[in-house]
Write a protein that binds this ligand. Structure first.
Ligand code: SF4
Length: 335
């Protein structure tokens, strides 16, 4: 494990405060923040996240991002650590490093230029996923800076728990992000993640305002977040921002410490899609449980299928310069 200089901190009342996430840990010398991967060293801050537990190729559809360069290959990294402690996390062996004693360090330092060269060779992008990518904002910046001359962009799958300062910085380096909005209910969100939901919606809004392409995912956990009391407020909040925000409804299977439920029923996913449309969202997706229909992008004007997808892969993109080939309506996205 290697500690390297970190950004996003300030001096306050004799302490060094990390301002990356809304916990805003105020640290004594040598102390590590709640995330377990950022620590104070002297008058500065260090991070352990210039490293990755994985390095493999998958598709942008798997993030999931459906309206950003469909079919683009993504060289995917995951720096250990997370600002949330979700009890259903399927990636807890990577994400909970520093928060759970039973999770060992298992990552290698990253050479940003080498990663970007590999991505450029396949005209792909670099994704940071599985863990919380905002904790690796320094790595993100290095990848984006190396990637810019080669046309390689960086995308995130994030929990959205960022301060406005972190949003500002991330927006300069991240082209697209899928943000998890698990619930807007304060108590449920704290129970699931250990953190409040408010900053997530603020960050999502801030990223969009700064030009980052944003899609949203919501896990439908039976008995907690799979019902209309959770889904309707989220759909309403997203539609109030922009009805064109793609919303991915994610089937939950028992995982980690949340094992006492069955996989999300198909009927709950179907109801979620209807709720999204009723509230004014134009693109609501379900990856597998509703078949190809759940993954298809339809023209908001004439309902023609303009992008169809296989599981985690592009089928056919019929858009012409981002417009429906039949009626010419523009479909929002980075095509
Ligand atoms: S990123 Fe880590 S150290 Fe920084 S405020 Fe959040 S939990 Fe604390």
């Amino acid at each position: 494990m290697r500690w390297t200089p970190a950004v996003l901190h300030r001096h306050r009342h004799g302490r060094v405060q990390c301002v990356l996430c809304p916990f805003r840990c105020s640290l004594k010398d040598g102390e590590t923040g709640l995330c377990g991967v950022r620590r104070r060293s002297g008058d500065g801050l260090q991070t352990a996240t210039f490293a990755s537990s994985v390095r493999h190729w998958d598709s942008v559809e798997r993030k999931p991002l459906y309206h950003y360069r469909p079919g683009a290959p993504c060289l995917t990294l995951a720096a250990p650590g997370c600002t949330f402690a979700c009890d259903y996390c399927i990636n807890h062996r990577m994400s909970q490093y520093g928060r759970e004693d039973s999770v060992p360090w298992d990552a290698e330092p990253v050479d940003a230029e080498d990663v970007v060269r590999e991505a450029a060779a396949r005209s792909g992008c670099v994704a940071i996923s599985y863990t919380e990518p905002s904790l690796a904002v320094e790595l993100t910046a290095a990848l984006a800076e190396s990637g810019r001359p080669l046309g390689v962009e960086v995308v995130w799958k994030s929990n959205g728990f960022l301060t406005p300062e972190a949003v500002d910085l991330a927006a300069r380096h991240v082209a697209a992000v899928n943000v998890d909005v698990k619930t807007l209910d304060e108590r449920d969100h704290r129970e699931l993640t250990g953190a409040p939901p408010g900053p997530v919606l603020d960050a999502l809004t801030g990223l969009r305002e700064r030009g980052v392409w944003v899609e949203v995912s919501t896990p439908l956990i039976p008995g907690l977040t799979a019902g209309p009391d959770t889904l309707r407020p989220i759909a309403r909040a997203l539609a109030a921002l922009d009805g064109a925000i793609p919303w991915h409804l994610v089937r939950a299977t028992p995982a980690h410490r949340r094992t006492g439920h069955a996989p999300t029923p198909v009927a709950a996913l179907e109801a979620g899609v209807r709720t999204g449309h009723e509230e004014g969202l134009r693109h609501v997706y379900v990856e597998r449980a509703l078949g190809a229909d759940g993954r298809a992008t339809r023209c908001p004007g004439c309902r023609t299928t303009v992008v169809d997808r296989d599981v985690w892969a592009l089928g056919q993109n019929s858009l012409e310069d981002g417009r429906c080939p039949r009626c010419g309506t523009r479909v929002e996205g980075r095509w």
